[in-house]
Design a protein around this ligand. Structure first.
Ligand code: 13P
Ligand code: SF4
Length: 319
């Protein structure tokens, strides 16, 4: 505890000294989220992280999250130095969508609009017409449908499925998934709902269809936090990474938050409601990178120029 407090103080001074701003995702350790709040940085979903970082005047952004979030920050703020506690923090969606294969797939359907989830590499973004996050995906696809466009969607098949069902738009789906959300199980969730009939079920749309079907609210991390804050229920069953409980509890004081059931426990469960890559962000590597700057996110000028176009389209999309 004491060691963590002195590390926190050290990081707060280093952030000032290095003119750096800490931007953290809701899935990072609550200690990191608290530090981002205390330092005047931001804790948010991936869309707001991108927005906040690009508008902040600090010369260095320290991104606590996963690789695609750091790359997005670099694409939107090429003049800034983007550091991460570790560049090894990736995402199963990003890993499951290699640019060469994806590009070859898109080449087969030149009359389709290419919409990719933010959880992708800079190279995949550069191949896309649109980048979206879960908080805006539905509205962008609705808009494209109004324009009569056909859509390729990558990489999350569950989110793609959900959007197809909501909009009725037929989309060509890439076969990717999030290893954390894929673990949530409908059977366990149904049993838990029976035990707590007053609880509302909040589900991130990266979860499987059978789980999404049981939801009272389906939404991005910010949308789920907002639901917990505004719905009258005394209790919520939450199907997303448990890191979200820190901000959700702040937004919904006095309400009870329960983790939705996953497929197993301990060694039988690969991720158990906590992203193994988000978990790579810690106080020590955060301090170390501020000291030695070795985990810097670099993206080539050419990729920045190309990936910025579909990203900027998302940021300019009316909310
Ligand atoms: P959000 O865009 O809702 O923050 O989600 C990012 C993510 O990685 C979800 O698993
Ligand atoms: Fe990727 Fe899933 Fe981790 Fe989010 S929770 S960063 S989608 S692996």
């Amino acid at each position: 505890q004491q060691q963590s407090a002195s590390l926190t103080d050290e990081i707060l001074s280093l952030l000032k000294l290095k003119d750096a701003c800490l931007v953290a995702h809701y899935y990072t350790d609550p200690v990191i989220q608290a530090l981002a709040e205390k330092s005047g940085g931001c804790v948010s979903d991936s869309l707001e992280m991108a927005r906040f970082g690009s508008q902040h005047q600090a010369s260095t952004l320290l991104v606590a999250g996963v690789r695609f979030m750091g790359e997005t920050a670099k694409i939107l703020s090429p003049e800034k130095r983007i550091l991460m506690p570790t560049l090894e923090a990736t995402c199963s969606l990003d890993l499951g969508c290699p640019v060469d294969e994806f590009s070859a797939f898109c080449d087969q359907y030149p009359d389709h609009e290419v919409v990719v989830y933010a959880n992708t590499s800079a190279a995949v973004k550069a191949r896309a017409d649109w980048v979206v996050t879960s908080s805006i995906a539905l509205r962008v696809v609705e808009y494209l449908a109004e324009q009569g466009k056909k859509v390729i969607w990558a990489p999350d098949k569950h989110l793609g499925d959900y959007i197809q069902q909501k909009t009725g738009v037929e989309m060509l789906l890439w076969d990717g998934a999030c290893i954390v959300h894929e673990e949530f199980k409908a059977k366990g969730l149904r049993d838990l709902k029976a035990v707590y009939p007053d609880a509302a079920v909040l589900v991130h749309p990266e979860s499987p269809e059978a789980v999404v079907e049981l939801a009272d609210v389906v939404g991005s991390t910010s949308q789920l936090i907002n639901a917990a804050a505004t719905m009258p229920n005394p209790m919520f069953i939450v199907a997303t990474d448990r890191g979200i409980f820190y901000k959700m509890q702040q937004a919904a004081p006095g309400k009870t938050l329960i983790e939705a059931p996953t497929g197993g426990t301990g060694a039988t469960c690969r991720s158990c409601a906590h992203c193994p890559w988000m978990a790579m962000n810690g106080l020590e590597n955060l301090r170390d990178v501020l000291l030695n700057g070795d985990q810097e996110v670099l993206v080539s000028k050419d990729l920045i120029a190309r990936a910025r176009i579909p990203l900027q389209r998302m940021l300019d999309f009316p909310l």
